[in-house]
Design a protein around this ligand. Structure first.
Ligand SMILES: *[C@@H]1O[C@H](CO)[C@@H](O)[C@H](O)[C@H]1NC(C)=O
Ligand SMILES: *[C@@H]1O[C@H](CO)[C@@H](O)[C@H](O)[C@H]1NC(C)=O
Length: 349
């Protein structure tokens, strides 16, 4: 066998080399079973250490889709933004403006920290104040992304950013005429907890909902599962989708969404063609995503059977392969899904 000669990387033009670096820096969001905890940005992060020029080339790739699954990922991100703010002030050439580079942001289930006790604020955890003080840093980046996905439990982060962006823009502009301080068009909400009041009860929250054109629901995260080939009399109805849209859809404040063009949701009933639940540990399962092209416009709305939307052409169903996660209840057969991965890969827009 002939020894292959090393690839003459250095003979390529700088432009081509930088393109190769940018390509190599693209995050890999598909998890492999043996390496499920791998940081998707690992390649980009190590390339950032090569040189300032390489860093500048790969940062846009890293920033395009930002996944913040847990609280510590959010605080780490805020810390980076604070560092960038310092770089900007001192004119450091490591400064890179994140806002406008970010296309999509995903927040996992990030629960609001309990409020600090005023008397003992000196002893309060520093992470609490770290986030609180920094909505002004987070807001311009978060709200510059056209696509935002977050768990219902994480909505407090959105309120905080909206409030911060709105109050700073009111000082500058006439709020009636100025464009809103966000570019968010696509909003994806994850989880089961339908909570709208904090958004609908404020001016900025209402203005935000009014500007959304595409709304998606990845809920419930735990699907009702029907196993086959076990005999199940409900199966015919399920297969022909002769069951209504989920009840919680009537509690969405539809009249707040003034520019809504489509609404999508994962159908809550999923037919699994497996015989035994043991074979369902971690694999891709087809879930159905229903998109309605004529979303409801008023608060009073009577959902029809899913089949009726399909037949009339008001709705379309696509199947998406989503990885299942092991349920932790040994009694009830339940499956949960890795929506984060499917969303990051662009399967659930
Ligand atoms: C989130 O943080 C954890 C540990 O703090 C880290 O292992 C993981 O890679 C981070 N995830 C992302 C997407 O950055
Ligand atoms: C927003 O949704 C539209 C419609 O599905 C899609 O074409 C577009 O790529 C989405 N934008 C982003 C930034 O994901």
């Amino acid at each position: 066998m002939q020894a292959t000669s090393p690839f003459p990387f250095a003979n390529l033009s700088t432009e081509l080399i930088l393109l190769i670096f940018a390509h190599a820096a693209r995050p890999t969001f598909v998890k492999t079973s043996d390496d499920a905890s791998k940081n998707p940005y690992a390649s980009a992060l190590s390339l950032c250490h090569v040189s300032k020029i390489v860093r500048r080339t790969v940062l846009p790739e890293l920033l395009r889709t930002i996944l913040l699954p847990e609280y510590n990922n959010v605080t780490a991100f805020v810390r980076t933004l604070r560092m960038q703010q310092a770089f900007a002030l001192e004119g450091n050439d490591l400064h890179f403006d994140y806002a406008g580079r970010v296309n999509r942001v995903w927040f996992g289930r990030i629960c609001e920290p309990p409020p600090q006790a005023p008397v003992h604020s000196n002893f309060a955890s520093s992470t609490t104040s770290e986030l609180e003080a920094d909505f002004s840093l987070l807001a311009p980046v978060l709200l510059s992304a056209p696509s935002l996905a977050l768990d219902f439990e994480s909505l407090w982060l959105l309120y905080g950013c909206l409030e911060s962006a709105w109050s700073s823009c009111i000082h500058i502009n006439d709020p009636e005429r100025a464009p809103p301080p966000w570019r968010t068009n696509n909003l994806t909400l994850v989880g089961e907890f339908n909570r709208w009041r904090p958004l609908t009860s404020t001016t900025e929250g209402s203005a935000f909902l009014a500007s959304i054109s595409r709304l998606s629901f990845l809920s419930p995260t735990r699907a009702e599962t029907h196993l086959l080939p076990t005999y199940d009399p409900c199966f015919d109805d399920l297969e022909h989708r002769q069951y209504p849209l989920p009840e919680w859809m009537t509690s969405v404040p539809w009249d707040s969404f003034k520019r809504l063009r489509t609404v999508s949701l994962v159908l809550p009933r999923i037919v699994l063609t497996v015989a035994a639940k043991t074979s369902l540990s971690e694999e891709n399962v087809d879930v159905e995503l229903l998109t309605l092209f004529d979303p409801p416009h008023s608060a009073y709305w009577d959902p029809k059977d899913i089949s009726a939307y399909i037949e009339s052409g008001e709705g379309l169903i696509v199947s998406v392969g989503v990885r299942t996660k092991l349920g932790n209840s040994p009694i009830q057969f339940s499956v949960s899904f890795d929506w984060e991965e499917a969303w990051a890969c662009g399967l659930l827009k």
